[in-house]
Write a protein that binds this ligand. Structure first.
Ligand code: AP5
Length: 220
């Protein structure tokens, strides 16, 4: 077992970052930092900042870098990340790469790898359209995965994310192409990028993720 592990998960909206992050958390006993979840929490808090953030989320556009970086800093500094973290959804712009590098350096933390989950557009569109969330437990379901269906009473309370509507999905994919694909390209140049085929069942994808991470986790 390794001492400390810091990972980034990157990929298109709906590619399965959150699904794989949860598996990494239980395998490596690290913390899941999801900028999407933190931003949705800010919206639900009803604060003025939350109100501002909701306008970006509902439009499928990125929240300004300074707000997101401040949330990440606050989360990393909370003191409950001794074994490291998997950060899902950040950095997603070229500016955020530098902000994240500065943040890590200032805390003497070292990034182990950037795992990129690669899924064709047709699949991510279907995954997002069929995603449902249990508001009581936060558990995410894909209505396409019958084996994953919950009991009828849970099924009845499932909700859809506001940004999983077709028009917003399209904007999120456009934003991903324009803002986040260049981030993947930048990490490719550093040798830190591990690219994983995200098609197949969540367990099959996780197998590939852990295989890709084997060298990193053995040498950390
Ligand atoms: P965020 O919440 O991060 O959304 P996203 O990147 O668009 O990713 P998703 O949460 O939609 O998908 P995922 O890849 O986690 O997939 P999941 O595992 O859920 O961000 C939301 C918004 O916040 C952004 O649009 C932006 O406005 C803002 N934001 C966030 N970070 C920001 C940043 N750094 N800077 C600026 N703004 C930021 O899976 C999806 C579905 O597929 C689920 O139903 C799941 O059950 C299913 N599924 C998963 N894996 C599989 C599989 N292998 N086979 C079949 N189904 C699968």
């Amino acid at each position: 077992m390794i001492a400390v592990l810091h990972l980034i998960l990157i990929g298109a909206p709906g590619s399965g970052k959150g699904t794989q992050a949860k598996r990494l958390v239980s395998k490596f006993d690290i913390v899941h930092i999801s900028t999407g979840d933190m931003l949705r929490e800010a919206v639900h808090s009803g604060s003025d900042l939350g109100e501002l953030i909701s306008t970006y989320l509902r439009a499928g556009r990125l929240v300004p870098d300074n707000h997101v970086t401040a949330l990440v800093e606050e989360r990393v500094d909370r003191g409950d990340v001794p074994n490291g973290f998997v950060i899902d959804g950040y950095p997603r712009t070229i500016n955020q790469i530098q902000a994240f590098a500065d943040l890590m350096k200032a805390r003497s933390r070292r990034l182990a790898a950037v795992v990129c989950i690669d899924v064709p557009d047709v699949s991510v569109i279907s995954r997002m359209a069929n995603r449902r969330i249990d508001p009581e437990t936060g558990r995410i379901y894909n209505l396409n995965l019958k084996a994953d269906w919950p009991s009828l009473d849970i099924m009845e309370r499932l909700v859809q994310r506001d940004d999983d509507r077709p028009d917003v999905i399209k904007q999120r994919l456009d934003t991903y192409r324009a803002e986040t694909e260049p981030v993947i390209e930048a990490y490719r140049g550093t040798g830190e990028l591990i690219e994983v085929n995200g098609s197949g069942t969540p367990d099959e994808v996780f197998e590939r993720v852990t295989h890709g991470l084997a060298t990193v986790t053995e040498s950390s």
